[in-house]
Ligand binder design. Structure first.
Ligand code: 3HC
Length: 283
């Protein structure tokens, strides 16, 4: 199947980034979210990135016009009906995802591939809800999507080889390097990265300042950014959700979330997106 039109569900940081790179690769894209305000914010973020690239001389004004012409927005999932691939990038809540995939299974054409950008959850569980599990694949991007090279491709228990091939090939076409992961909680990257960020939050809870933890990991392990700054970038709610999911799935106390992380989420301090997390972004 030749992919021409891509639907992206969820216009948050990840969804907007995915829509951006799909348009840059020449695909027709429809970006959908629940409300005009969400979808407009996502679209404006994409345009801001492109405008900055033009200002830096990395893109031409003609390219910007061509990319803009490839993206439309909507608040109605029915507009996915003519898409060849739909990539879901909504909240990390299995019940919400199952409801959405049931809807996508009803709306999308039979040949469409339904991909989920879930960062840790079971592809099989999401796939079964769609009513067409052979067409559902995990397609996991990394933040910031326009910069990070990797896509994890994750087959569920009943995913067809053809669906995996289409998503693997699509990942390459949008400029990413695919790796095939197994359906284990957190796949490859988050299985390792989430406990690392949580361990940094435990150190913070024990009284080590965030700046010192991050400086140490940058200078001592050559990380591009420290684990707590990275946690703020990923979103503390997402991080906590994944820790709790590992705890439930593995039943192993090594996956318990740090209290510092839980309390920040309780306080509504979710990282960059809410203005505060381990650092204050409002100043
Ligand atoms: N959107 C688009 N482009 C961005 C961006 C963003 N949010 N942030 C940075 N960039 C671009 C800049 O425009 C710049 O592009 P240019 O070279 O063409 O001018 C380039 O990235 C480098 O940016 P900066 O010079 O401002 O900053 P740094 O060199 O410090 O890089 C970083 C910033 C790329 C974020 C780097 O610190 C980094 O790689 N950090 C680690 C990120 C990471 O580990 N991500 C994975 C998180 S886990 C995840 O996402 C999984 C999920 O499921 C939880």
């Amino acid at each position: 199947m030749e992919v021409k039109k891509i639907g992206v569900l969820g216009a948050g940081i990840m969804g907007a980034g995915i829509a951006q790179i799909c348009a840059e690769a020449g695909f027709e894209v429809i970006l959908v979210d629940l409300a005009e305000a969400f979808v407009n914010k996502g679209y404006q973020n994409i345009v801001k990135n492109w405008t900055r690239a033009v200002e830096k001389g990395k893109r031409s004004a003609e390219e910007l016009d061509r990319f803009k012409a490839l993206i439309t927005t909507s608040v109605d999932n029915k507009d996915f009906k003519d898409c060849d691939v739909v990539i879901e990038a909504i909240i990390e809540d299995i019940e919400v995802k199952k409801k959405v995939f049931k809807e996508l299974g009803d709306i999308c054409k039979d040949s469409a591939i339904l991909a989920s950008n879930t960062s840790a959850l079971s592809i099989t569980e999401i796939a079964v809800a769609s009513g067409r599990p052979q067409s559902v694949v995990g397609m996991h991007f990394f933040n910031p999507v326009p910069v990070m090279k990797l896509v994890e491709v994750i087959p569920g228990a009943e995913t067809s080889e053809a669906a995996v091939d289409i998503i693997t090939e699509l990942s390459r076409k949008i400029g990413k390097e695919p790796v095939q992961a197994r359906e284990t909680p957190g796949f490859i990257v988050n299985r390792i990265l989430v406990p690392y960020m949580n361990e940094a939050a435990m150190l913070y809870q024990e009284g080590v300042p965030a700046e010192e933890i991050d400086k140490a990991m940058k200078l001592g392990a050559n990380m591009p950014m420290g684990p707590l700054a990275l946690a703020d970038l990923v979103g503390l709610d997402t991080l906590l959700m994944i820790c709790d999911y590992y705890w439930r799935e593995f039943g192993d106390s090594k996956y318990r979330a740090s209290l510092a992380l839980r309390n920040k989420v309780r306080a509504g301090h979710l990282g960059r997106k809410s203005g505060k997390g381990f650092y204050d972004y409002t100043k």
